[in-house]
Design a protein around this ligand. Structure first.
Ligand SMILES: [Zn+2]
Length: 417
């Protein structure tokens, strides 16, 4: 049912039967297009009943290929214990502990189908772990380029999955430059290399769009009033918006759309800045720094698409400070029983702000995306605990810590500290 790829800038069409990167004319992001009328005649939501609870239950709207799967997708839609009408979509329960599993499952599936051998990725952390896992499952080589200060879980998991890891002294944008340099090498074409960077190949968006299908299915084929999404590269935002458009053509939903909300860290908020300034593209964010490693993306490649979606959906963009993010991470863990990635907990900060400003009413159904498990950030969160204890600051996160005994001694029988 996959018919062709289409440029999101100029609309030019490209064949989908071979590996494709970005549009050769204008470097626009390419989207996979399907014969939706044909799918509409042969498939309906009723046929989803009894299917395996993975993202591949939506294979009617995914490329036809033998999936490289580790059971990704169909994560829980948990009603908030704190706010009626708020749901937390817990992507931390995916294989490799983050939402990146979806995109890389689809991407590696297509890479194997096209006979590619060596997959290169610049990553802020979790995409690296996901590529490493799916490449291992597909018996392909993963070549990872990530900042040397990524959470240690990302480094260790890539090593265990057998990936080739290059630690870069810089940000994801510097890692992307390393991959670009590699393309000039003689081996690139000869040895089946391929760049699977965010939105520089069409299928990670296809994997991520299943989040949009799940939101609809898990809410009984209705649309929420809002979706809050921590935005680094923004693939999930693109994917979900694409899913809603497809579902409307398929007749699964109507014209209604959720307001799409980007949340970023105030230490790296290129989309928030561009949105506030009314721009249609983002500037490179200088000196990006945040504990939420996945949000440390100084300029997302698909910035023009992200900003367009915020506009079309009547959404907005919100920044959260690291202190607010850390407090929200702790709050969610205590109140919801969800140990979230800092990026995910940033959604709570944004929701509170949007409730306070009246942007969202108490009766609005809003989905907050927890994009990963806090377990992948233990060193990051633990360092913050240490520095909070030493510092005399008075942020909520720090005061929450001040009366605690030395963390290492808690449950001393577990030792050997
Ligand atoms: Zn184009």
């Amino acid at each position: 049912m996959l018919t062709h790829l289409e440029c999101t800038r100029c609309g030019d069409r490209y064949p989908a039967d071979r590996p494709q990167s970005v549009c050769p004319n204008d470097a626009g992001v390419l989207y996979a297009r399907y014969d939706l009328d044909k799918i509409k005649r042969s498939f309906s939501p009723a046929r989803l009943a009894g299917r395996a609870p993975t993202m591949w239950r939506y294979d009617a709207v995914l490329p036809e290929a033998d999936p490289v799967t580790l059971g990704e997708g169909f994560t829980p839609m948990l009603p908030s214990r704190e706010y009626p009408n708020v749901f937390i979509k817990d992507e931390g329960l995916n294989p490799t502990g983050s939402f990146k599993a979806r995109g890389l499952s689809a991407c590696v599936t297509m890479a194997r189908r096209f006979g590619l051998k060596k997959l290169a990725i610049p990553s802020a952390g979790n995409a690296a772990g996901a590529l490493a896992a799916y490449a291992a499952a597909a018996a392909l080589e993963a070549h990872i380029f990530m900042p040397k200060d990524v959470p240690s879980a990302n480094r260790i998991e890539c090593d265990y999955y057998g990936a080739q890891v290059t630690l870069v002294d810089g940000l994801i944008s510097d890692c992307a430059r390393k991959v670009a340099e590699l393309k000039d090498s003689e081996s690139w074409k000869k040895d089946g290399w391929f760049d699977v960077s965010t939105t520089k190949e069409p299928y990670r968006v296809e994997g991520k769009k299943t989040m949009g299908y799940e939101v609809a299915e898990q809410l009984g084929w209705t649309m929420p009033q809002g979706i809050i999404y921590p935005t680094g590269g923004g693939v999930g935002l693109l994917g979900m918006w694409k899913a809603f458009e497809e579902m409307q053509v398929l007749g699964w939903i109507g014209r209604e759309r959720p307001k799409m909300i980007t949340v970023q860290s105030s230490g790296c908020a290129p989309i928030v800045k561009a949105w506030d300034e009314g721009k249609s593209a983002a500037d490179m964010w200088a000196n990006a720094a945040t504990l939420a490693a996945g949000l440390r993306v100084p300029k997302p490649y698909a910035d023009y698409l992200i900003l367009d979606i915020l506009k079309k959906s009547k959404g907005t963009a919100v920044a959260a400070t690291d202190e607010e993010i850390l407090e929200a991470t702790r709050h969610w863990a205590k109140v919801e029983g969800i140990f979230a990635a800092p990026e995910g907990a940033a959604c709570l900060v944004a929701y509170r702000k949007l409730r306070a400003s009246g942007f969202f009413k108490p009766e609005d159904t809003v989905v907050l995306f927890n994009t990963g498990s806090g377990l992948k950030y233990l060193d990051v969160l633990d360092t913050r605990v240490d520095s909070a204890r030493v510092g005399a600051g008075d942020s909520p996160a720090q005061s929450a810590q001040s009366d605690k005994p030395t963390a290492r001694q808690i449950g001393g029988i577990i030792g050997p500290y």
